[in-house]
Design a protein around this ligand. Structure first.
Ligand code: UDP
Ligand code: MG
Length: 318
């Protein structure tokens, strides 16, 4: 049976999932055992404050194919996926959630596609039973906006459920190390032989969603900043707008001076103010462009910090 030549790395991000982990291992591991490829199951514990680390330690003790990366604190879902991709040895890497919303059975089809030469697989959900109406409406609005104002195209129902082969994974490891980022956006825009598969998102097996409305909002803002430079140009645009207003007022001032014969002091001040503000906004806009670029590059903080690992030969972290 053990003549499987290829390895699939499954990266599972875990943040306070004590309620879901047992069920995940119980249903997912037998599926992975039966795959046409060998597997390694990498749990990335993203600074869980519950019993998740203990449960994972036990898993790793029982099964050498189960590996664990413990972060020093919570770094977020994307950081967890990035760490998993960084340390995965597989010919293919599959990222999925720990709450069984992403069906493990999909791994079979993914491996079939990999064998056919597909390099990037984006999983798109057909139905999201667990998400409420508000979440669905805001999500649609968000994708409309981002596709409108940026030059990349993001699919609305694409999830953090995706799979890549070594080559695109290497691109994600070497490049795309930005601090303000949108991982699944990169996956959709790095090219390679890409295919889209559908899956049905199930409700969470246990526990509750870790993404609060506030977090989703922050996430949306970051994505817009990450894929569009429109916000940076707002200063420039407002400068142009106010400048245009100033021009109209100037024409009006001259015209009223000619018609009435008396200089209008109030209007003159308004015209001058408009012009000055136009210039000011313009300069602020340009400086803003530079600062935004410099700031994000300069800080260069790590995307994640590894505390320790299990069943894994230590590798450099980010
Ligand atoms: N997660 C994580 N770090 C976080 C938040 C979430 O690793 O800071 C993990 C979480 O354990 C789960 C996955 O990311 O495996 C997706 O999170 P969740 O199910 O809460 O999001 P939803 O499915 O509701 O969008
Ligand atoms: Mg979930």
């Amino acid at each position: 049976m053990e003549n499987k030549t290829k390895l699939l790395s499954i990266v599972v991000s875990v943040y306070n999932e004590e309620a879901a982990l047992e069920e995940f291992a119980r249903t997912a591991v037998p599926v992975f055992e039966d795959l046409a490829w060998d597997y390694e199951l990498i749990f990335v514990n993203d600074g869980s404050a519950d019993r998740s680390p203990e449960i994972l330690r036990r898993f790793a003790g029982e099964n050498p194919k189960i590996k664990v990366i413990n972060f020093s604190r919570n770094f977020g879902h994307e950081a967890a996926m990035i760490a998993g991709i960084d340390m995965a040895d597989g010919d293919g890497i599959l990222c999925m959630d720990a709450d069984l919303q992403h069906p493990p059975e999909a791994a079979r089809e993914i491996i079939r596609r990999f064998d056919d030469g597909v390099e990037v697989i984006t999983m798109v959900r057909t139905e999201n039973r667990s998400a409420g109406l508000i979440k669905n409406v805001t999500s649609t609005a968000f994708y409309r906006l981002i596709n409108h104002i940026s030059d990349v195209k993001l699919m609305e129902n694409a999830s953090d459920f995706f799979a890549v082969t070594q080559k695109p994974a290497e691109i994600l490891r070497k490049n795309y190390r930005e601090k303000v980022r949108f991982l699944r956006g990169y996956v959709q825009n790095i090219g390679f032989r890409r295919e889209v598969l559908t899956y049905e998102a199930k409700p969470r097996v246990a526990g509750h969603s870790k993404y609060s409305i506030r977090r989703l909002f922050r996430f949306s803002i970051n994505t817009i900043l990450c894929f569009s430079d429109l916000p940076l140009r707002l200063g420039t645009y407002s400068g142009l707008f106010v400048g245009f207003l100033g021009l109209i007022l100037m024409v009006y001032t001259i015209w009223s001076h000619v018609v009435n014969g008396t200089p209008n002091g109030y209007a003159t001040i308004v015209v001058a103010l408009c012009f000055m503000f136009a210039m000011l906004f313009f300069v602020v806009g340009i400086i803003g462009e530079y600062i935004a670029i410099l700031f994000s590059e300069l800080k260069d903080r790590p995307i994640y910090i590894v505390h320790d690992t299990m069943n894994m030969d230590e590798k450099e972290d980010s």
